[in-house]
Design a protein around this ligand. Structure first.
Ligand SMILES: [Zn+2]
Length: 168
């Protein structure tokens, strides 16, 4: 199991969280979430240089980040808190109440409650994106895939649902 401290070690900034999600979701081949093309490039902001989180599609001209279409989309909560909550949920042997999680994360209970709802739905649907957070010691090192695991990891439905049984 990953410890909470590990979250801050592995992902000290928001950009580390994003890099991790990009590696897990795209595995080095970013796709536009709107039209599906791989003709995308990182947004270049003249003032800030190369931004770490935004991409631009060259076909449909829309801009996006890796969180589009995931449970993290349109959330004002920072990604580290999201990662922490996911770990709290997975580490809790007897289940985690929204009240407890709200205390641990210093957040409002309704916010945590809706986040937990999204996490459960994502795990039930396809835990692949989130499994990267808990399985990083096995398949992901420093946000990069091990080449030997690459083919298997790319196959859909490889997230071993049994791992998340306690959440259902
Ligand atoms: Zn597009």
């Amino acid at each position: 199991m990953v410890s909470l401290v590990e979250v801050y070690r592995r992902w000290p900034t928001k950009y580390d969280c994003i890099a991790h999600l990009e590696a897990v979701r795209w595995g080095g081949l970013p796709l536009c979430p709107y039209c599906g093309t791989d003709r995308v490039s990182r947004n270049r902001d003249i003032k800030r240089g190369l931004t770490a989180s935004r991409w631009k599609c060259q076909r449909c001209d829309r801009s996006f980040s890796v969180t589009v279409g995931t449970i993290f989309q349109n959330s004002h909560v920072d990604l580290q808190r999201w990662f922490l909550l996911i770990l709290l949920m997975l580490n809790a042997k007897k289940g985690l109440s929204a009240m407890q999680a709200a205390r641990d994360l210093d957040m409002r209970r309704p916010t945590v409650w809706s986040m937990m709802h999204r996490v459960r739905a994502a795990l039930a649907d396809d835990g692949k994106l989130l499994s990267g957070i808990v399985e990083m010691d096995e398949a992901y090192v420093g946000g990069k895939r091990r080449p030997a695991n690459r083919k298997d990891d790319d196959e859909p439905g490889r997230h071993r649902p049994g791992r998340f049984k306690s959440l259902r």
